[in-house]
Design a protein around this ligand. Structure first.
Ligand SMILES: *Cc1c(COP(=O)(O)O)cnc(C)c1O
Length: 383
């Protein structure tokens, strides 16, 4: 059996090695490391793939969130609602910009923003909502957009884990996540579904004026060289990363399909186990190869009989890669504690941090590897 890994980036690279190697050498030979033609090329490719008017490449997914919030003109004291169960970058940039983060609970079955909790959290100071398409599953964008419209709020979609997922509206239309709200952000961190070989990120919007503002902010607030109209940052996607991404982008649909197939195989293996909750999609209640609303950035189980920590240790001893995303609710992190929060408002997150465990999930997983992982877990947890 091939060595188990949480993410297998070497094998993925080997499949596209000649193209990647050539593109990388071309950039080095051209010496156009910053703002080379590859950046514009990738920007155009991604605009086409996502069917969005503007892609603004930047240095990483955290910057993308920060720049999006700067571009919307949010001001000190404005409240920004996001989820208690996500990677900290989302809340970090809200705090960094001196906006007021308001964390809310998520849904147990989807790990995504809870609409009732969202409605409850809105105050006259609320200016924006940041849904996160956690683990690759679309948040309920139709409901979120309705709430946002009713209260005149911006929606910033954190698509770092969800790139390529399709959200289907009740009238049947489909849109790529990240292109539904006012602005979407993503990360090209190597292990993300569309990963480069270093850091990278991007912002998406259909709003021409906002796109213009964002393009200035990523580049020191300059629209004309050495004329600084607004306070900006230095956040660039470099030419090497753009060249690599432009080669990987055409494979993204296949990559996401492979992840879905692997998720379906796991789900089958854990089926009907009373101690294990497998991930589901809202659309069909199960995972099928056609569930394009989930791109499985992570495959995350809930262990419901209190054995999660013991399982984590058992898998570690057997050197089966696994991870706890996330072990601490954000409202309990030292940096983000706030006396306004009540534990009774976070019952789901408080339970998830105790029960979740993520398994190896990538484009190169083999059935033999999955069989071994499934058997080890079922033998340990019981069925
Ligand atoms: C990875 C990630 C980010 C940050 O992306 P970086 O490129 O690492 O800065 C933000 N939000 C979520 C949900 C993520 O998973």
């Amino acid at each position: 059996m091939k060595k188990l890994q949480m993410v297998d980036l070497q094998s993925q690279y080997e499949r596209i090695q000649p193209e990647i190697d050539k593109a990388v050498i071309d950039v080095i030979r051209s010496a156009a490391f910053i703002n080379g033609p590859q950046v514009k090329q990738f920007q155009t490719s991604l605009e086409k793939y996502l069917d969005v008017k503007h892609v603004i490449p930047c240095a990483n997914g955290t910057d993308a969130l920060q720049i999006a919030m700067m571009g919307l003109g949010l001001e000190q004291g404005d409240e920004v609602i996001t989820v208690d169960f996500t990677f900290a970058a989302t809340v970090e940039v809200i705090a960094l910009l001196k906006l007021t983060p308001v964390l809310i609970d998520v849904e147990k079955d989807t790990f995504n923003l809870d609409i009732d909790a969202l409605k409850k959290a809105i105050t006259p100071k609320t200016k924006a909502i940041v849904p996160v398409h956690l683990f690759g599953l679309c948040a309920n964008m139709e409901a979120i957009m309705e709430v946002a419209k009713a209260h005149n709020l911006y929606v910033i979609e954190d698509t770092a884990q969800g790139i390529g997922a399709d959200f289907t509206f009740s009238d049947g239309t489909k849109k790529k996540v990240g292109t539904i709200g006012d602005v979407g952000t993503t990360s090209f961190f190597p292990s993300k579904n569309l990963g480069c070989y270093g850091d990278g990120g991007a912002i998406f919007t259909n709003n021409d004026d906002l796109a213009h503002v964002l393009r200035g902010i990523v580049n020191h607030g300059m629209y004309q060289r050495y004329y600084h109209d607004v306070v900006g940052v230095n956040s660039r996607l470099d030419s090497l990363q753009a060249a690599i991404l432009d080669i990987k982008l055409p494979h993204l649909e296949t990559y996401n399909k492979k992840r879905r197939e692997a998720a379906r195989y796991y789900n089958q293996g854990f089926k009907n186990n009373p101690n294990i909750l497998t991930p589901t999609t809202k659309k069909c209640g199960d995972i099928c190869d056609t569930c394009d609303c989930h791109v499985f950035h992570q495959y995350t189980l809930q262990i419901t009989n209190g054995k999660r920590d013991a399982l984590h240790q058992h898998l570690n001893e057997l050197q089966i890669p696994n991870a706890i995303y996330y072990p601490v609710a954000l409202h309990k992190q030292k940096a983000y504690e706030d006396e306004r929060y009540k534990e009774s408002d976070f019952t789901v997150t408080n339970e998830l941090v105790k029960n979740v465990i993520s398994l190896p999930m990538h484009t190169e997983l083999e059935k033999e590897q999955q069989d071994y992982i499934i058997k080890t877990i079922v033998d340990f947890v019981g069925n």
